[in-house]
Design a protein around this ligand. Structure first.
Ligand SMILES: NC(=O)c1ccc[n+]([C@@H]2O[C@H](COP(=O)([O-])OP(=O)(O)OC[C@H]3O[C@@H](n4cnc5c(N)ncnc54)[C@H](OP(=O)(O)O)[C@@H]3O)[C@@H](O)[C@H]2O)c1
Length: 326
């Protein structure tokens, strides 16, 4: 039997709890350690985790920990991931990998120099429905891609000091929600945009609360997305091609099914129901790569994360959102 891969969590907040739940359905992995710098034992106690630390350094130094999941606010990702990589620990970092491309370039160089695994936990890219969509696109089921659109609009109660609205925590709708639309656009187009146009409503704290983006790629294909903190919308996704259309119903970033329509033929529906909450797929992929001694995953590669961050840097430049620590 394969030895269990022992995971540690840095930043036991809301999403770390989902990670811990979904890890329970991954057969060759277990949650072994939790570190909370505020001293919160809640997650460690509710999952009966063997090791608890009141600082992140101690978890990174624990020789029994084989992989680390970072689930802190955006502004801390770079520093937390750096700590883990320097300790030689494989690391999976919540989205966005870092706040900007310059920070990510440093992490990627460090991962390469140390030969240690580094991956952005952009869970949508690992879901069965999205892998099916990629298969349809590669088989050119809808012909040449002409256009796509998606949205991720969700109402976040205003809290000037909370991680969504506080610029010191690298808040804003783009890094929090819009990143899913961008990552899917990049995956559908398999290229980087040659033109980027963004418009935003920047709120009282100085972060984007409503954002609309148009991307155009060298093929001529256009990708449009919107994201906001001020209200919900249908949050679906559609990709239009010369021979048909692929669509994912609301909410696209956690899709458990996808539809293929080829003009003049019977529509097809793919069902990819999660075994648990959906994080199990990225956890399994990270585990496979770590056991194989690889330093990245082709499903969310270093190049992919860097490209997304370069686009987000440019969007933020256009809308005038610069974090105080940049
Ligand atoms: N994949 C998804 O579906 C999804 C959904 C929501 C969020 N996320 C991502 O997950 C990450 C964490 O989000 P979350 O909603 O789980 O955040 P959260 O509930 O606020 O938890 C963040 C944790 O980070 C630690 N932390 C360190 N410095 C902090 C600071 N200055 N302020 C607040 N907390 C601090 C805290 O643990 P300590 O006790 O150690 O201080 C806290 O429990 C973000 O990158 C976010 O984008 C992903």
């Amino acid at each position: 039997m394969t030895e269990l891969l022992r995971w540690g969590i840095i930043g036991p907040g809301r999403i770390a709890e989902k990670f811990a739940k979904d890890l329970t359905v991954v057969p060759d992995a277990k949650l072994y350690a939790v570190a909370s710098q505020s001293g919160s034992r809640q997650l460690a106690d509710s999952f009966r985790v063997p090791s608890f630390y009141d600082n992140y350094q101690a978890l990174a130094a624990d020789p029994a920990v084989a992989a680390i999941y970072i689930a802190t606010p955006h502004n801390s990702h770079y520093q937390n991931a750096r700590l883990c990589l320097e300790a030689g620990k494989p690391v999976m970092v919540e989205k966005p990998l870092t706040v900007n491309a310059a920070q990510a370039e440093e992490l990627v160089s460090l991962a390469q120099a140390k030969g240690v695994f580094l991956m952005e936990a952009l869970w949508t890219r690992f879901l069965p429905a999205f892998r099916r969509v990629r298969g349809w696109l590669e088989a050119e089921e809808i012909g040449e891609v002409l256009m796509m659109r998606s949205s991720f609009n969700a109402r976040m109660a205003f809290d000037a000091g909370g991680r969504h609205y506080d610029p010191d925590l690298a808040g804003g709708s783009l890094l929090d929600l819009g990143i899913y639309s961008l990552a899917v656009s990049q995956s559908v187009m398999q290229a980087n945009p040659t033109s980027i146009q963004a418009q935003a409503v920047v709120g009282s704290t100085g972060v984007d609360e409503c954002l609309a983006v148009n991307l155009q790629y060298a093929s001529g294909a256009i990708s449009q997305f919107s994201t906001m903190f001020r209200g919900h919308s249908a949050n679906g996704m559609e990709v239009f091609g010369t021979r048909g259309k692929i669509s994912i119903e609301s909410w696209f970033f956690k899709a458990e099914s996808a539809h293929l329509e080829r003009y003049g033929r019977q529509p097809e529906r793919f069902r990819g129901k999660f075994r648990r909450g959906g994080f199990e797929y990225q956890i399994e992929e990270a585990g496979r790569r770590i056991r194989a001694g690889e330093i990245e995953s082709p499903l969310m590669s270093h190049t992919d994360s860097l490209a997304n961050l370069r686009v987000m840097d440019e969007i933020r430049r256009q809308i005038g959102v610069r974090y105080p620590f940049e």
